[in-house]
Design a protein around this ligand. Structure first.
Ligand code: SF4
Length: 76
């Protein structure tokens, strides 16, 4: 289970990303964009303090390219 206190592992699919940039705007410590606009992950394991921002990015991403799974060592 992912919670604001527990961190998690972020996944981003460049094949799905449409370069809208919402993720990098709301969670700039986790997401960046390449020159072509596609999402780039800055970290895989999200610090607990960034979880809310990543969940916001997941909600805002128009293509469903980003998601947050279980922390490292979990099933993802
Ligand atoms: S918000 Fe979604 S579509 Fe936009 S850059 Fe990030 S991953 Fe790509």
């Amino acid at each position: 289970m992912v919670s604001a206190a527990g961190g998690g592992r972020v996944l981003a699919d460049q094949d799905v990303c449409v370069g809208a940039g919402q993720c990098a705007r709301v969670a700039p410590g986790v997401f960046d964009q390449a020159d072509d606009g596609l999402v780039v992950l800055l970290v895989r394991d999200v610090p607990a303090g960034e979880v809310d921002a990543v969940l916001d990015a997941v909600d805002r991403c128009p293509s469903g390219a980003v998601r947050l799974g279980a922390p490292a060592g979990g099933p993802y």
